[in-house]
Design a protein around this ligand. Sequence first.
Ligand code: C2E
Ligand code: CA
Ligand code: CA
Length: 779
Amino acid sequence: MRFSVRLILFFAVTLVAIQGATILTTQAVLRRSAIADGQTQIVAAQARFFRQLAELQDRLAEGVRLLTLDFALRQAIADGDSATVVSALRNHGHRVGASRMMLIAADGTVEGDTATNKTHPFPYPAMLDRAAEEERFGSVAIMDGRPVWLVVVPVMAPDLIAFVAAALPLDDAELRRIHEVAGVPGRIGIAVQAPQAWKRAAGAIDAAVVANLPGDGEPRAFTGSDGNEALAISRPLATPPGDAAVRVILDYPLSEALRQYQFLSLALLPVLGVGLLATLAGVTLIARGVSRPIELLARQTQRIAAGDYGVQPTLPRRDELGQLSVALGTMTSAIAEREQRILFQATHDSITGLANRTAIAAAIDVRLATGPATLLAVGLIRWREITSTVGRDVGDRLLREAAARIVAYMTGGQGAATVARIGENTFAVLLPGDDPAAASAAALRLIDAFDQPYREAELTIDTPVAVGVASAAAGDTDAAQLPRHAEIALAEAVRTETRFAVYRHDSDPYRPERLSLMGEMRAGLTRGEFWLAYQPQLDLRLGKITGAEALIRWNHPTRGPVAPDDFIGLAEETGNIQQLTRWALRAGLTEAKNWQDRGIPIRISVNVSVHDLTDESLPDRIAKLLREKKLSARSLVLEITESAIMREPEAAIEVLRKLDEMGIDLIIDDFGVGQSSLAYLRRLPVREIKFDKSFILNLPKSNNNRSIVRSVIELGHNLAFRVTAEGVEDLETLLILHEFGCDKAQGYFIGKPLPSDALLRLADGWRNPSVIQPRPVVP
Ligand code: C2E
Ligand code: CA
Ligand code: CA
């Protein structure tokens, strides 16, 4: 429920409750005062009623006394003329309103009666005595079952001769009269006690009151049979002994009085209603005043949460809400600022302040949406060496300087270029278009830009760069690959002399086809699709085949034979080479064991590559294999390329040292294509080099190669290296090598890579007397 609604509801409920309580309290108070008022009234009315009753008695007694003084009556009494007496009584009775008149003899016998001709004894003899004593006596009595006011007066002449009694009925008419005279506000009734209960004898008094008569004293409230409330009061009227008890009841209807008070309550209602409305209106206004700004702030907070910092929440107020709004505003700017910083950090490099890989990827996407794009990957060469020499701090400054140079060169001519740092020592420059000439021009300018060394205080650092270039057409789905392609080209560029290379899909080691080939290779190794071919190695001094190089062969189930050059390099790049080496070592040593068992003295050479040399477990694994096959270390030769050693020289030399200690001969393969000198190689535990076949294949024709080969053999021998040549395709070459003093030769002329048994047959039949002559003649 909304805050304002709750506030309004709270006030409404509270107010209605208070008003209800007020009305109820007022009514209770008014009612009590109405009842108290009624009580006073009814008590006063009762007193007036009784006063009237007393007057009635006096008037009646006075009327009867006047009759007793009447001469004619006295005469008639004296004469015993009852007919005259009765007639006088009747006449007089009419005058005073009596319903019955009696003449009672002094002995108490009724001698004349307007109601009957018979004589009978007066039913209340005690009344006669009282009347004789007090000259008159009146009392309520029950005659013929009805209450009457009975008055007895003695007739004196001068002594008592008789009594006259007059009975005035206390009937409805009489009561009405007294009612009027006494001014009683309610109703009057007379009740007579019957054997079971009280019975109404006269008056209009409510039956409910008669059935449940109030006692003397305090008036009592009751609800009449008509449903109206009233007060009732009753008082006994004295009756002669033997007669039933008689009570006078007065009631006083409260409904009238209460109605006035109710009117007052009703009159209060509109006042309360108006008050309620006014309060509600006020509360609604206040609630709105409180909740409107809160809702406003809440809506603005939601917008902030949704990332919209555009609208600053401002409430022009001095109160707490105003302060909250100010705080919210401050918070919003802080969030916006922080978010901007985070965004900047997420898309920028912290060292150079250039865009980072994420940002350049986004820029490439944008560019490719409208047209082709070219990415140059610019790598600082020799970076590891530089940072390990000068330290991180100088390295970071150098990076900043490099970034500044790239930006200066690129944005100088190519305003649209975007520069980023995408790797530790790699920057990227995004250019529009895919014109190869423009790309290579830009690349060359960049390479030139780094001709100048980096200078800092006494420090001068050469910071050559290489540049790899990759392009993509507009809408090219491979766009995300652009930075990766440029980096692959960069890796190639680092190896070339020009320091510049363009990405080519078919040489991409990570292209999907090649990766699938790796999967097939791993499966093929376990399925037995690989085998080893053995190429004989001829000892030029002994003229005998003393060794064989194990060369791997793959019979692919669908592709047919796959050349090692097509998968060895890939296996090295993708980290699958160790598995292959393991297989080759096991297969080669199994064959070597076979040869040893047959007494054939041929040593086996196995090629190991880059990752094998950094694998510390290689020596142990080889030792285990040799033990398993019961072979001496002498039967195994390992061929290593210099480039494999140069990758991670320290780790590689450690592994080589262990292998050397085990007694395994190590050969430097492909000698001559790398940079290292014999002097450097001497520091390694290697005592044999194998010329790369590129020097040997055209030996007879190339004077240059001949002189290189000759001098290397001489120098090598001086440095205690043995020298092998591979790629010997003809006799002439073999003879030249023999003349130069080369130790061993390998090549198609001697034998191609062969299955094991073919090799053994070839080795067994090898005879070439011309070669084993100490000094062959070279034309
Ligand atoms: P590599 O170690 O330089 O092996 C010599 C390569 O030269 C072999 O090619 C061999 O057939 C070839 N060759 C030998 N004599 C002649 C010749 O007179 N003329 C010509 N034109 N070529 C000759 P292959 O067998 O195709 O092997 C290519 C490369 O594959 C090898 O070069 C080696 O680097 C690698 N390789 C082969 N087997 C293995 C292996 O088991 N493990 C590892 N790590 N690499 C292997
Ligand atoms: Ca080799
Ligand atoms: Ca080789």
